[in-house]
Design a protein around this ligand. Structure first.
Ligand code: PMP
Length: 479
């Protein structure tokens, strides 16, 4: 905070595409998509037009006891994209033959709107808690999360989080959630791959010990007579933990364990949603969208899908928590039973946000956007390879259009920088001098460009990172 007070901040006044402009007229590339929110670039004409159109009708009216047009259309669209199968068959769950009842129940057909990623998680948490109690699964529902988990800054979301630096101070305020080992192959004690082969990228050589730990945790909790109500995960890649990808197959295995113990799976796709993790090369695909959600890349359908950040293309704060008919049903009753879900924010179902979100989906499914995403993912992958030559680059992790570069004292020893050395921060400051804005997570520098980023702009982002690492951490012997 003291550092912040001593410096003149970069004051952003406008933006276009992947470019931000500050009050001095300096231009920067938005290399973390304005903290992971922006999808299609700033001032996108289609998003702006949708917002203007909506403004001629109404900006906002309460959704408490009322409905509105854009939010209703958005709910239908979310159900469509979150259920690839539903979309293809155009079935509603009511039409399904009884033999498919299980599948039907797992379709995400109910949508609850809120304001941001944290509230999307609060909603899932409260619904899962009450669902477990009302269905008799548990009288004191417990939750399991991953080591390094980050699910937002409100108290419920923080209770699910396991990053000491952010969360420990509030321990007295929180309810207790259990944590289990998360895959972090680069620093995994079970990974027998030789450290020298880190840049071979195929570094998982283990017996899925991290999955066994999840299995054991579930088994022990079930044995205690109070099976977990739900497990919450960021699918495919943990963001705030340091951009840590899960090896292929991890999510599927973990989802099977969750199912086997009759717990629910909460997928936090606040960061990973809306194509951020790429189109994926396996798992079910919708015909026109590719795979928009990380879960679907592993063929996993969660019981709760939490969305925010990119929902409106990054224009306005809005979130959605999708869930199943089964969960919805637990909140139906006679008036005097008061079974309703007592949770509603003032700006729930905001019309402006919903109008932007609908326009964002149109852009997302356009062939031009799909092509641009595929190309950008490839260019980023190619460009990032050049960083392996730097002695301070320990690991380069990329899933789709998310990349994290872990800086270390020496790539051979993988020794971490002490946080006080501010290695990540100083590198990001040196990048800003070169016209590229991003934020580090400790010593991990994040590159997460908007989908409209051109190949030349992506190259500039990686070049700035390379030069900044050289400048800040020294030009020592290369590999
Ligand atoms: N979940 C994840 C995975 C996130 O990355 C974040 C924000 N970085 C959140 C939840 C919280 O979202 P918000 O900041 O919109 O509350």
């Amino acid at each position: 905070m003291r550092d912040w007070l001593q410096r003149e901040p970069i004051v952003i006044v406008s933006g276009r595409g992947a470019v931000l402009r500050d009050a001095h007229g300096r231009e920067y590339l938005d290399a973390n998509s304005s903290i992971w929110t922006n999808l299609h670039g700033h001032r996108h004409p289609k998003l702006n037009a949708a917002l203007r159109r909506q403004l001629t009708k109404i900006a906002h009216s309460s959704a408490l006891g009322l409905a509105n047009e854009p939010a209703s259309l958005l709910a239908a669209e979310l159900v469509r994209v979150a259920n690839p199968e539903l979309y293809v068959s155009r079935f509603t769950f009511h039409d399904r033959p009884s033999g498919e009842a299980e599948d039907v129940k797992r379709n995400l057909v109910r949508v609850f709107f809120s304001d941001d990623g944290s509230t999307a998680l609060e909603v899932a948490l409260k619904l899962a808690y009450e669902f477990a109690r009302r269905t008799g699964r548990s009288r004191a529902p417990k939750f399991l999360a991953l080591d390094g988990a980050y699910h937002g800054d409100t108290v419920g979301a923080v209770s699910l989080g396991h990053i000491d630096l952010f969360h420990k101070a509030y321990a007295g305020l929180l309810f207790k959630s259990d944590k289990v080992m998360a895959p972090y192959c680069y620093r995994c004690p079970f990974n027998r791959a030789s450290p020298e082969r880190a840049d071979a990228r195929d570094y998982r050589q283990c017996n899925w010990e991290c999955v066994s730990k999840v299995e054991r945790k579930f088994a022990a909790q079930t044995k205690r007579g109070n099976a977990y109500a739900a497990m919450v995960v960021e699918p495919l890649i943990q963001g705030a933990a340091g951009m840590i990808p899960q090896p292929r197959g991890w999510l599927q295995r973990v989802a099977e364990i969750v199912r086997a113990h009759r717990a629910q799976l909460i997928a936090d796709e606040v960061m990973t949603g809306f194509g951020r993790t790429g189109a994926g090369d396996h798992g079910p695909r919708t015909t026109d969208h590719g795979t928009l959600f990380a879960c679907h890349q592993e063929g996993v359908q969660p019981d709760f899908l939490c969305l925010a950040k990119g929902l409106t293309g990054g224009t306005l704060p809005m979130a959605a928590t999708l869930t199943t008919e089964e969960v919805f049903g637990a909140f139906l009753g006679e008036y005097e039973e008061f079974k309703t879900f007592f949770h509603g924010h003032s700006f729930t179902g905001n019309q402006l946000g919903a109008a932007a979100a609908l326009a964002s989906f149109e852009i997302l499914r356009s062939p031009a956007s799909i092509l641009a995403r595929t190309r950008l993912e490839r260019v980023l992958r190619e460009e990032l390879k050049s960083l392996w030559a730097l002695p301070n680059v320990g690991d380069i992790r990329q899933v789709g259009l998310v990349a994290g570069v872990e800086l270390v004292k020496d790539w051979r020893t993988r020794e971490r920088f002490d946080l006080r050395e501010r290695a990540g921060l100083r590198v990001c400051e040196a990048m800003a001098k070169r016209g590229v804005l991003t934020r580090p997570i400790g010593s991990v520098v994040v590159l997460m460009p908007p989908y409209c980023t051109t190949s030349a702009q992506a190259r500039r982002m990686v070049n700035a990172l390379r030069e900044a690492v050289d400048e800040v951490l020294g030009r020592r012997a290369r590999r």
